[in-house]
Design a protein around this ligand. Structure first.
Ligand code: PMP
Length: 397
């Protein structure tokens, strides 16, 4: 095989998937693995959605569809957002994608040119850095302030803006820290971006998992059409990560271009799942309330339990289902070089998986682990108890 293209050789994987296969291998060998690894809800998709998917298959939704997504789903998404957030989004401003990931990737490769700077949160979701480098752009890390609950503040973004800044990527509630943005910061960042002609890409895939305050979306900003590329999806709220359906909202001119990008890459999103989701959205998401309450209770448990561990400092997450504790104390106790080694040993010696901070781009991720708390309360308790017993053995040895 000839040498890889320069662009593709710059891509980096999302390591959560690599650890997922390690945990699966151990499970196959009969180990009881407690995984705080991959970010995927543990509940089943709502029953009626599964029935609607079967119906869509029976009704013949098996062929190609439009690259921008089925019109009925684009319409249902616009209505769903407008009802949820009091916005005024038109179906023509919505595009359905193959998971939120392709929405992010297509946005970056369509807008970022070599030399452009893109501001991204530090620590952050791996895809942003990877796609920016693929496009030849320069990722500029904006540190989240751990002392302020990893707050993404207007001030920290404003400091990094210069004439080469093409785009700012926001992600809230955030992966991996569980922090979120407050309305004032959202408004200030968007105002500044609008004034300076900078594109905002806002990945709000965890919007329904906002525990302490209602989520304030970027699409609520009155002037959003001038500057916004909004990303969301069904993976996390409907527990259909494997169905691969996401969506974006942006202005019509850009959507026209993105249609060609999607047409070149995947022709169209999967048809029958789109039909099922369009029908399911009509019924609203009241069924999500108890799930939300359960996740909130798990958030409280993991926060308390982690903080009880010696060598751990944990900030209370405000959203998503992640927490990103500082574990330098444990790292020292067990004499692990970095969190990659810590995670490997913890997995093989206790059967508990968390993700190493180093799996998340940025300068601040070292010495941290990401715990996804998308697992039952008793498993959360047991997992952390295993870690406690493990580190206690080091203290006494
Ligand atoms: N954005 C963020 C911040 C995520 O955490 C994830 C999933 N881990 C995605 C996007 C991708 O979502 P999807 O499965 O819909 O592609």
């Amino acid at each position: 095989m000839k040498k890889l293209s320069r662009a593709v050789s710059k891509l980096k994987p999302e390591e959560a998937f690599i650890y997922l296969s390690k945990a699966l291998k151990l499970k196959e060998q009969g180990r009881d693995v407690i995984s705080f690894g991959i970010g995927q809800p543990d509940f089943s998709p709502p029953r009626h959605l599964i029935e609607l998917a079967k119906k869509a298959l029976n009704d013949g939704y098996s062929g190609y569809g439009p690259s921008l997504g089925l019109p009925e789903l684009r319409e249902a998404i616009a209505e769903f957002l407008n009802e949820s957030y009091g916005t005024d989004i038109k179906p023509e401003e919505v595009m359905v994608t193959v998971g939120a990931k392709t929405a992010v990737f297509m946005g970056i490769i369509s807008l970022v040119e070599p030399g452009d700077e893109v501001l991204i949160p530090d620590p952050g979701y791996p895809l942003y850095e990877s796609a920016i480098r693929y496009a030849g752009g320069k990722p500029v890390f904006v540190p989240l302030n751990e002392k302020e609950n990893f707050r993404l503040s207007y001030e920290s973004f404003a400091e990094k803006i210069n004439e080469r800044t093409k785009m700012i990527i926001l992600n809230y509630p955030q992966n991996p820290t569980g922090s979120t943005l407050e309305e004032k910061d959202v408004r200030d960042i968007l105002e500044e971006a609008e004034r300076r002609g900078i594109v905002i890409m806002s990945d709000e895939i965890y919007d329904r998992y906002s525990y302490d305050a209602p989520h304030f979306p970027t699409i609520s900003y009155e002037g959003w059409r001038n500057l916004l590329y909004y990303v969301n999806g069904f993976s996390k709220t409907f527990a259909v990560t494997g169905w691969r359906v996401g969506y974006l909202v942006t202005n019509r001119e850009l959507i026209e271009k993105l249609e060609t990008v999607a047409n070149n890459i995947y022709s169209c999103p999967v048809t029958f799942v789109q039909k099922a989701l369009a029908d399911a959205l009509e019924e609203g998401i009241n069924w999500f309330k108890p799930i939300f309450e359960e996740f909130k209770a798990r958030r409280d448990i993991i926060y308390e339990e982690l903080n009880k561990l010696k060598g751990v400092r944990c900030v209370k997450p405000k959203g998503a289902f992640y927490t990103f504790p500082d574990v330098k104390g444990i790292q020292e106790m067990v004499k692990a070089r970095d969190t990659v080694e810590l995670v490997e040993r913890m997995l093989y010696e206790t059967g508990v998986l968390a993700l190493p901070g180093e799996a998340f781009p940025g300068n601040l991720s070292k010495g941290h682990l990401r715990f996804s708390f998308a697992l039952p309360r008793e498993r959360i308790r047991e997992g952390i108890d295993r870690i406690r017993r493990w580190i206690e053995a080091f203290k006494t040895s």
